[in-house]
Design a protein around this ligand. Sequence first.
Ligand SMILES: *[C@@H]1O[C@H](CO)[C@@H](O)[C@H](O)[C@H]1NC(C)=O
Ligand SMILES: *[C@@H]1O[C@H](CO)[C@@H](O)[C@H](O)[C@H]1NC(C)=O
Length: 180
Amino acid sequence: MAIKLSLFFVFLIFFTYYFTEVYSLVEFTNVQCESLDKDFALFEYCFLKSVNRSYKYVSVKVKLLKLPITKIKVQFALYKRANGYLPFLYNMTVDACRFLKTPNPNPIALYFYNFFKDYSNINHTCPYNHDVVLDKMPYHSINTKVTKILPFPEGKYMLEGHWIAYDINRAITKFYWSLT
Ligand SMILES: *[C@@H]1O[C@H](CO)[C@@H](O)[C@H](O)[C@H]1NC(C)=O
Ligand SMILES: *[C@@H]1O[C@H](CO)[C@@H](O)[C@H](O)[C@H]1NC(C)=O
């Protein structure tokens, strides 16, 4: 009886998990970029575009004015909306120059990095000696990745990134999405 009951619960958990995954849908709702040091980094554009109901994308271009950059960290924090956006689960700082060289990079950082890497030219180690572009990152490509690797509860989220070069905070990016 005990075994049957626990099997039933395993089944129930699996079943719930499976259907939560299948029906999760990610939708970008906004993107914001801010330069804190306009002698160092300038955003040429930063927008979310809705082509039609099923195709939306995000594009960002930041001009870097002091090249090459040999030391950069990203402090990123996840927020979930309750009464306003509140910190949720993750807040970490990643050395971007070391990140891609590490054999076992931080799995959470890797998780977020994987969304962006195919659409961005920051997919290499330091130095960075060019502008940084995120080109037409579509939200539907993210659906499968989000739900498969690390399922989140439904809700509205924001990923805030602080771009810290030579230990000075130079820019902030915020990506907003909802999970339904
Ligand atoms: C949305 O736009 C994309 C790109 O132009 C196109 O390939 C796709 O067929 C469109 N989808 C609908 C439902 O109109
Ligand atoms: C994240 O951690 C940094 C450094 O510890 C801290 O300054 C910052 O306020 C934290 N952010 C959130 C949203 O908790």
